[in-house]
Design a protein around this ligand. Structure first.
Ligand SMILES: [Fe+2]
Length: 381
């Protein structure tokens, strides 16, 4: 993240103690070994105090697809399943990214979870709840993006049935560098501001005994750790690495006299993808503008869209929860009649999440099961 956060009680200087009779256990929570963004957490107890370890094998998601076409998937037909540990359903992937749907079955999760390999970016399509981590409580609701750094221990509690889109990325997901000034502050003219970003609120540290399980996810296995002291034992933390949330309703779309291309909708970026958000907005104000996308051929990227709410006027048969994938090299654009239908329209209420990936995305078996056949012929029929 780009700004410094400090919460709770901290020693006066890092790597020191204030009272030798009340020693706190300092943990550096950081990325890129000791080179990347980090925070310092002060635990009441040693975070290494693990009573038992167990290895649990898991299914490895595979790119089972070999069709190179534009695709349409309806994630609405996926069943509710499990928890953050065992309920993420991967529908598309490449070697750096997994795209998943989480529709958890239970209201709250009694185990903690940590992803050892991937950053996670959640988009809350439906429902609300809270992420509980040693850094505090972060509430989330429909329309939120929720960023979860690699290696964060957390649990999810749901207030209502949730339906969540998840991007798992091996590469850091950050605020686009071009949005930041030389002090790291979000510039004027960007679609959101630092004030719109919510961070966890640290709670009173827990010092109770019990059985606390943490599932740490790797590619083909979990390591299940059992602690006998509550992991929510942080008395204070400070730094630049923490989960955060931002709601699409607080974002300000960039609009213009003529049609604006996808980079103006950029929200986050990483080495392997660009994340953008199509927000409710006024259309282009030239009196004879065509207020809809032109035909294009995404050389160098695959274009993924998740349709969350509103009226998706350029596409037939799209419903909330639909995903389209438009692959590089094959032209796509408005479907027959869409341009004529758009002329004279003044705005849209759509909310859709886009990613452009620099490597091709392939469907998994789960993705293929929810595919709408012959989408690639929908411009002809
Ligand atoms: Fe496109």
């Amino acid at each position: 993240m780009v700004f410094y956060v400090k919460q709770g009680k901290l020693p006066e200087s890092r790597h020191t103690y204030d009272n030798r009779n009340e020693l706190r256990r300092e943990e550096l929570f950081g990325e890129d070994s000791f080179e990347g963004a980090y925070s310092l957490l002060y635990h009441l107890n040693e975070p290494t105090r693990i009573k038992s370890f167990r290895e649990v094998k898991k299914d490895v998601e595979k790119k089972t697809d070999n069709l190179y076409m534009h695709r349409h998937l309806k994630t609405g037909s996926l069943d509710r399943k499990g928890s953050i540990v065992d309920g993420k359903q991967t529908v598309m992937m490449n070697d750096r990214i997994k795209i998943q749907i989480l529709k958890p079955k239970d209201h709250s999760e009694d185990t903690f979870y940590r992803n050892a390999l991937y950053e996670m970016l959640f988009f809350i399509h439906e429902g609300s709840g809270k992420m509980v981590s040693p850094m505090g409580i972060l509430n989330f609701s429909q329309g939120d993006y929720l960023y979860v750094p690699k290696g964060l221990t957390f649990r999810l509690d749901y207030d209502s049935p949730c339906y969540i889109l998840i991007f798992q990325s091996m590469d850091d997901i950050t605020i686009p560098t071009r949005y930041l000034n030389r002090y790291g502050q979000l510039k004027e003219g960007t679609p959101y501001y630092s004030r719109d970003i919510r961070v966890p609120v640290l709670q009173k540290p827990q010092n109770n005994k019990g059985s606390f399980k943490i599932f740490i996810e790797y590619e083909d296995r979990f390591i299940e750790e059992e602690m006998d002291m509550n992991p929510l034992d942080v008395e204070g933390w400070d730094g630049y690495l923490y989960p955060f949330a931002i709601n699409v309703s607080s974002m300000a779309p960039i609009v213009g006299k003529l049609h604006m291309p996808p980079p103006v909708h950029e929200t986050f970026s990483s080495k392997s993808m660009m994340v953008g958000t199509f927000l409710p907005r006024k259309f282009d104000f030239h009196p004879r503008s065509v207020p809809i996308s032109y035909y294009h051929n995404n050389i160098d990227v695959d274009e993924f869209l998740f349709y969350s709410s509103g009226n998706f006027m350029s596409r037939k048969g799209i419903e909330p929860g639909s995903i389209t994938l438009h692959v590089r090299g094959i032209t796509h654009g408005p479907q027959p009649g869409a341009v004529e239908g758009a002329l004279g329209k003044e705005g849209t209420d759509e909310v859709a999440v886009m990613i452009e990936t620099y490597d091709h995305l392939w469907l998994t078996d789960t993705g293929k099961k929810i595919e709408v056949p012959d989408y690639n012929m929908s411009w002809y029929n």
